[in-house]
Design a protein around this ligand. Sequence first.
Ligand SMILES: [Ca+2]
Length: 148
Amino acid sequence: ILVNFLPDKILSLPLLFLPTWSLLLIILMPSTDPYVKIQLLQGGKRLKKKKTTVKKNTLNPYYNESFSFEIPLEQMQKILVAVTVFDYDKIGKNDAIGKIFVGSKATGLGLKHWSDMLANPRRPIAQWHPLQPEEDIDGQLAALAAKK
Ligand SMILES: [Ca+2]
């Protein structure tokens, strides 16, 4: 899996000018340490989950890692693959940077990528996906699961 992304977060820096005081602001920027979680979903259930290693302090991570899932052919129409990029943090919860999903129930690029893969057996098919906010994708996944 090859992942590259642009930061979607902007740090707002509060500035304050006090003429009679000298002010030193030290801003500690938390480093971005991305890793990727891959989940196999069906009907709202998580079937399998795999994770890449964490790449330290980079916004251009490259993962030379591959994961394989065995999926029975008849299940291929029902399966969704969700891919989430997280920022690893030693302290507290790891923040999701963005998420996408592919599958025959996806739309747009998520569907195109899946169809291209099925149409080209034994050939790796690469596709760039713009990362979406995690809550947007989770909303779409929940709607799909409810539809059955
Ligand atoms: Ca971090």
